[in-house]
Design a protein around this ligand. Structure first.
Ligand SMILES: NC(=O)c1ccc[n+]([C@@H]2O[C@H](COP(=O)([O-])OP(=O)(O)OC[C@H]3O[C@@H](n4cnc5c(N)ncnc54)[C@H](O)[C@@H]3O)[C@@H](O)[C@H]2O)c1
Length: 392
């Protein structure tokens, strides 16, 4: 029987909710392009409930305990003496965590976990697991591909509009009792006519491009895997062979690539310096794709007119993190992919992966990041790793 450690964010400060703002969530069974939403044999939760916090347990307890497995759920993850560290040393076979409250599985932690075989990301983006170390140990890493891609694309569009139209400053004047129209509009523009570019046009990036088309903007992208001609024509996209080629022409840049050796620290002083003065940068991908202090400097100098996103490093960030207080930012905690709608999908997907794992059946290829000592499935398509023989 297996021990499973599930690291989740804390319950709301006022306790686990007894009721919700809405009666339920829309039923979605396919993603764009036809991939089905998760298909576990059963679920033990009601879609629309809070599942990502400790008391929500991703709806997994009954399923796992009915089969005799041991489930430990905790938010305590900071090394070296956390519950996570203790359970890894005490024989945990499976770790589950969400990128919003990541269990950072470093090479050191993986080495100290004698029985660890499977790491699941309940969500998308498995960079909080050291993929090189996972490859070396022969572990499987899997995530719930597409489960929150559309959720994030909606957040990106919201943040672009919030920055360009100066929504957050204007809202604050209202709350403070004011009617300061000139103060609000002196930084407010229309998005119409602007040039908007995405770094990566995978599931999220393409969904952002599709959502922005009706705003009558000029759309640009750069990608490892160029989109089909028909999609470029339908959305009137300009393809750029490199990010350096794309950013000088864009008023708004949105980052939608995974964090891996190719993208780490991509937006440093040099690249931000190549952007148009007064451009907006939106990063809901991963914080470390941007140089933290270069972003602060660019906002202070006016090189960037705004920066928004929901990804930080580390998570949770300290109270002193400079992105909390830098000018003209629109940061949220890491929430875009953890709406109640998204939680229902990635909780079901986690269950689907566990059902396959315990039954010895293959995990869907599109969920795989690492398997059999190399990048696999979605991982081979979207990531690079130093240890991966297939990409040497
Ligand atoms: N903020 C959130 O809550 C949240 C939620 C989901 C995903 N994410 C992040 O967004 C990322 C993308 O998610 P997705 O669903 O679109 O994944 P995806 O695998 O569908 O798309 C990723 C795309 O990035 C491209 N890519 C990789 N390296 C690149 C590079 N150097 N330059 C240009 N393109 C590159 C890949 O070719 C791929 O098409 C995730 O890996 C994760 O880090 C964040």
């Amino acid at each position: 029987m297996a021990k499973i450690v599930c690291v989740l964010y804390d319950d709301p400060e006022e306790g686990y909710p007894r009721d919700y703002a809405r009666a339920g969530i829309p039923k979605i069974d396919h993603y764009p392009g036809g991939q089905t939403t998760p298909t576990p044999e059963n679920i033990d939760f009601t879609p629309g409930e809070l599942l990502g916090s400790v008391s929500g347990e991703l709806g997994l307890r009954k399923f796992l305990e009915d089969q005799g497995h041991e489930l430990v759920v905790t938010s305590d993850k900071e090394p070296p003496d956390s519950v996570l560290d203790k359970e890894l040393a005490n024989g945990a076979e499976i770790v589950i965590s969400q990128p919003f409250w990541p269990a950072y599985l470093t090479a050191e932690r993986i080495e100290k976990a004698p029985n660890l075989k499977l790491a699941i990301t309940a969500g998308i983006g498995s960079d909080h697991y050291d993929l090189d170390a996972a490859i070396k140990k022969g572990m499987t890493v899997a995530e719930i591909t597409y489960s929150n891609s559309i959720s994030v694309s909606e957040h990106v569009v919201m943040m672009i509009l919030a920055l360009v139209r100066n929504y957050l400053h204007s809202y604050q004047f209202v709350v403070a009792g004011g009617w300061n129209i000139a103060d609000c509009v002196q930084r407010a523009y229309d998005l119409e006519g602007m040039h908007v570019g995405t770094v990566a046009a995978g599931r999220i990036g393409l969904a952002v491009l599709k959502r922005l088309k009706p705003f009558d903007v000029n759309l640009h992208y750069t990608e490892r895997h160029r989109l089909p001609d028909s999609v470029e024509k339908e959305l009137n996209l300009t393809y750029h062979p490199s990010v350096e080629d794309m950013v000088p022409v864009c008023d708004v840049v949105t980052i939608n690539a995974p964090l891996h050796p190719e993208t780490e620290n991509m937006f440093n002083d040099e690249l931000i310096g190549k952007m148009k003065r007064g451009a907006y940068l939106i990063n809901t991908a991963r914080a470390k794709i941007c140089d933290r202090d270069a972003v602060v400097r660019a906002l202070q100098s006016g090189q960037l007119a705004g920066y928004a996103g929901d990804v930080w490093y580390p998570q949770p960030p300290p109270k002193s993190h400079p992105w909390r207080t830098m000018p003209n930012h629109g940061m949220t905690p890491h929430t875009s992919g953890s709406t109640l709608s998204a939680q229902a999908r990635y909780a079901a997907g986690t269950r689907e992966i566990l059902e396959c794992w315990f039954a010895g059946k293959p995990i869907r290829d599109e969920y795989l990041i690492v398997e059999g000592g190399k990048l696999a499935g979605a991982g081979a398509h979207s990531y690079s790793a130093r240890q991966d023989g297939s990409r040497a």
